[in-house]
Design a protein around this ligand. Structure first.
Ligand code: 13P
Ligand code: SF4
Length: 383
C-alpha cells in the first residue's frame, strides 16, 4: 500500500527535534493517517469480528496501530499471550514476521495468524539463513565441538533457525530472558552458539554472566570456517553469530557522552541490542517491556535518554510529560520494517476478514513448526 512508502519517504527528511513546551526533545513525528475515516473503519471492523479476533501489538508499532491492540508487549510477552489465548480464531499480529511465525507455532491448529503487511520483516533475522547455520553446525561437528555446544537463538530469527535450535538441544531467548537462557545452556554444555544478534549475545555473556570478551568469537557466515581457526573455536566459550540490528547498532558512545554533557543528571536507558561499548556505559539496560517499566517507576522530573526504536521513545515522551525524555541519537530512524504495519494495512486485513477473505496468513511448515516449538517451549519454561 502507498501510505507506508509515503511515510518512509517523509521519514527520510525528519531529523529535527520536536520541542514541547517543557523542552523535552524527541526526534521526528509520523504524518497523520492519510484517511481520517480509517480509524472509524478499524473500530467498526474490530467490533464486527468481536471475540473471534485478537490484536497483538509490539511496543515498536506506530500509535495509529497500537491503539487497536488488545495486548501490547515485548516479544516475550506477546509470545506468551499467543500461547495463552486458545479461543480467538484470528490473531492480527502487529509486529514483524518472526514474531507472527512464533505466534503461529504457539497457537492451536485452529487459530490463524495474520501479518497485515508481509513486507514487515527484520533485517537482523535475515542475517542468519538456515543453510548458513547448517554449514556452521557441520563445521563445529567436524572440529568435534558440536556435541558440547548448545545453540541459543534470539527470538529475532526465522522459524527454520528456531527449528535447528530445537533439534540440537537448544532454546529460544528474548531480550528479557537471554541471561537465563544462556545460564541454562551452560548448565547443559560447555559452549554456546548464539544466533543471530552478536550484540545481545556479547552483552549477555560479558555483562551478565561475567565471561570476558576473549571468551567470545564471531562466526562470520560469509567466510570459510566462519573466519576462525579451529583453535579459536575450540578455545571460545561463546560463538557469536555475526548479525546485528540496523537500528540499535547505530547508537554510539559519543551519543551517550554528548547527552551526559548536555543534560546534567541524565540517565541512559538502552536496549541490549545496542553495541557492547554503549551498553557497558549505560545506566539501565533492558527489553522494551523493561524500558517502559523503568520510566513508569522513575521519579517525576527525572531525565532519560533512551536508545531504542523511535515509536516507543516518542510514546514514552508523550505518556510521561513529567519526565524529561530524549532520544539518544536524533539521526537514528524508525525501524522501517516495524513501521510497515500501518493503519491502511490493518484496516485492509480486518475488513477482508469481515468480508470472509483471510489475507496474509502466516503459516509455518509443520515439520519446522514441530522443532521450533520445542525451542520456544524450552524458553517459556525457563525458571
Ligand atoms: P523486545 O524483545 O525487547 O521486544 O525487542 C524486540 C526487537 O525486535 C528489538 O529490536
Ligand atoms: Fe529487527 Fe532491529 Fe527492527 Fe527489532 S528494531 S525488528 S531487531 S531491525
Amino acid at each position: 500500500m502507498g501510505s507506508s512508502r509515503l511515510s518512509d519517504l517523509l521519514l527520510l527528511g525528519q531529523g529535527s527535534d520536536l520541542k514541547s513546551e517543557r523542552g523535552v526533545s524527541c526526534t521526528g513525528e509520523l504524518p497523520e493517517s492519510s484517511d481520517p475515516d480509517l480509524v472509524k473503519r478499524a473500530f467498526a471492523a474490530k467490533a464486527a469480528l468481536g471475540n473471534r479476533a485478537m490484536v497483538l501489538g509490539h511496543h515498536y508499532q506506530r500509535d495509529e496501530v497500537i491503539q487497536f491492540a488488545d495486548i501490547t508487549g515485548d516479544s516475550f510477552k506477546l509470545a506468551q499471550a499467543a500461547e495463552e489465548n486458545t479461543t480467538a480464531e484470528f490473531i492480527f499480529f502487529c509486529g514483524v514476521h518472526f514474531m507472527a511465525e512464533s505466534a503461529d507455532i504457539l497457537t492451536t491448529p485452529n487459530q490463524k495468524v495474520i501479518l497485515p503487511d508481509l513486507a514487515a520483516g527484520c533485517s537482523m533475522a535475515d542475517m542468519a539463513t538456515a543453510k548458513q547455520v547448517d554449514d556452521c553446525w557441520d563445521a563445529l561437528e567436524k572440529i568435534g565441538v558440536a556435541s558440547k555446544t548448545v545453540p541459543i537463538t534470539y527470538m529475532n530469527s526465522s522459524a527454520a533457525i528456531k527449528a535447528f535450535t530445537g533439534k540440537n538441544g537448544g532454546a529460544v531467548c528474548t531480550s528479557s530472558n537471554a541471561t537465563r537462557a544462556m545460564n541454562w545452556a551452560f548448565d547443559k554444555g560447555e559452549k554456546v552458539l548464539f544466533l543471530p544478534d552478536q550484540h545481545l549475545g556479547r552483552n549477555t555473556a560479558v555483562l551478565n554472566l561475567g565471561l570476558t570478551l576473549e571468551d567470545c568469537v564471531i562466526w562470520n557466515p560469509w567466510k570459510t570456517n566462519g573466519g576462525l581457526s579451529d583453535e579459536e573455536i575450540q578455545r571460545a566459550k561463546v560463538i557469536l553469530w555475526r548479525g546485528h540490528c540496523s537500528v540499535h547498532g547505530r547508537f554510539t558512545t559519543e551519543n551517550v557522552n554528548q547527552m551526559r554533557s548536555k543534560v546534567p543528571g541524565i540517565k541512559i536507558l538502552v536496549h541490549p541490542e545496542c553495541q557492547h561499548e554503549v551498553v557497558s556505559i549505560a545506566d539501565v539496560v533492558g527489553s522494551t517491556e523493561m524500558i517502559i517499566r523503568t520510566i513508569e517507576n522513575s521519579p517525576i522530573g527525572s531525565k532519560w535518554a533512551i536508545g531504542t526504536e523511535l515509536n516507543l521513545v516518542q510514546r514514552l515522551a508523550k505518556n510521561f510529560p513529567d519526565r524529561e525524555i530524549h532520544f539518544l541519537d536524533k539521526t537514528v530512524c524508525y525501524c522501517s520494517t516495524m513501521n510497515r504495519i500501518d493503519l491502511p494495512h490493518l484496516v485492509w486485513a480486518m475488513e477482508s476478514l469481515v468480508e470472509g477473505r483471510l489475507v496474509n496468513q502466516i503459516s509455518v511448515d509443520s515439520e519446522i513448526a514441530k522443532y521450533a516449538k520445542v525451542a520456544l517451549e524450552r524458553m517459556l519454561a525457563l525458571p
